[in-house]
Design a protein around this ligand. Structure first.
Ligand code: UD1
Length: 319
């Protein structure tokens, strides 16, 4: 059955893939985006897609966007961990007050469900791996703390008003449309860009640090699935598999038929060594049994980039 779904931040990286997924499932989608980092070119021309330019911090904008909507995927955020450290007030305005506007509006408009972006950043330095949802939360940045506050607000709105919510703790999401030029670009976007331009990738530290890399199309599928489930609370969105940066460079060299050797630089302060998500809850609640392997995901990313270069953005979009 088709529904009308609001996607805040729908022109961004994860947002635009989620919009594609929801449209492919036959839903009507409304995007609310202020286009500060999201891009119109990330979105398709589609008869069931409506775009509202506005800001989640603005009550009138959120009211306008939520009118007639049944479910909401809330992804609009200030996504830079570094910026949250240098500008914590501005970051909290976006990430805490923006989310509060969305949750409160969802209650006023009688929405049946809100799925929102939390982050593995809520965990901070792990005590044990893999990180399960019950692990102690010790965020290392205002960004991580803001996401944790959002989880608490969502749970409180459930308790006070019966609003059904699910927060996904995204691990390291990668895939097409992640902009390597952005100051917040993830390591995969940066490494692919370096290798494609015959540059050495810069590794901060010894390259032995590991991450749980999740392909964005899997994230989009899980977002869509969660919107139509009843599960309440938080859930990791991870693959349960760890890859080191050196593994990553080796895989990319094979796929791109290059032989780049990394340039090693000082480790980032506050960098964590290992990150790996437990996936039992994700499997049980949302059935992501076989997430895309890193190799397959990298292949899809590289093929997408090649099409984009050859044909331009519209034809380059992923199905
Ligand atoms: C990621 C998320 C962040 C989230 C955090 C939670 C991204 C872009 N960031 O941060 O939003 O809060 O997980 O755990 O997904 N690196 C290099 N060379 C580079 C770039 C990065 O060696 O050119 C290293 C970093 O030092 C780090 C690893 O690669 O060790 C991953 O970095 P990055 O992609 O920025 O993600 P996280 O720091 O894990």
């Amino acid at each position: 059955m088709s529904a009308t779904i609001l996607v805040t931040g729908g022109a961004g990286f994860i947002g635009s893939h989620s919009v594609d997924q929801l449209l492919s499932e036959g839903h009507h989608v409304r995007v609310l985006d202020n286009f500060s980092s999201g891009k119109k070119r990330n979105l398709p021309e589609h008869p069931r897609l409506e775009i509202v330019t506005g800001d989640v911090r603005n009550r009138a904008d959120v009211d306008r966007a939520m009118d007639g909507v049944e479910r909401c995927l809330h992804l609009a955020a200030q996504v830079s961990v570094a910026r949250s450290v240098s500008h914590p007030d501005e970051s909290a305005q976006h990430n805490v007050m923006g989310t509060l506007q969305v949750l409160h509006a969802a209650c006023r408009h009688g929405l049946s469900r809100v799925v929102y972006a939390s982050s593995a950043a809520v965990y901070g330095t792990p005590e044990n791996l893999p990180l399960s949802e019950g692990a102690r939360l010790r965020p290392l940045s205002p960004y991580g703390l803001e996401k944790w506050i959002n989880e608490r607000y969502a749970s409180l709105q459930h308790q006070l008003h019966g609003l059904s919510t699910l927060g996904f703790r995204y691990f390291n999401v990668y895939g097409p449309r992640q902009d390597p030029q952005s100051p917040y670009a993830g390591v995969i976007a940066l490494f692919v860009d370096a290798l494609r331009h015959n540059r050495s990738p810069t590794v901060f530290g010894d390259g032995g640090q590991t991450r749980d890399f999740v392909f964005v199309a899997d994230v989009a599928r899980m977002n869509a699935r969660a919107l139509f489930s009843e599960h309440q609370g938080v859930c990791n969105l991870a693959t349960g598999k760890a890859s080191s940066l050196l593994d990553l460079i080796a895989a990319l060299n094979t796929l791109l038929e290059s032989q780049q050797v990394p340039r090693f630089d000082a480790p980032r302060s506050e960098d964590i060594r290992h990150s790996l998500g437990a996936t039992a809850r994700l499997h049980k609640w949302f059935g992501l049994k076989e997430p895309r392997s890193l190799e397959d995901g990298l292949k899809a990313l590289i093929e997408h980039d090649a099409r984009w270069t050859a044909q331009g953005p519209q034809e380059g979009q992923m199905a």
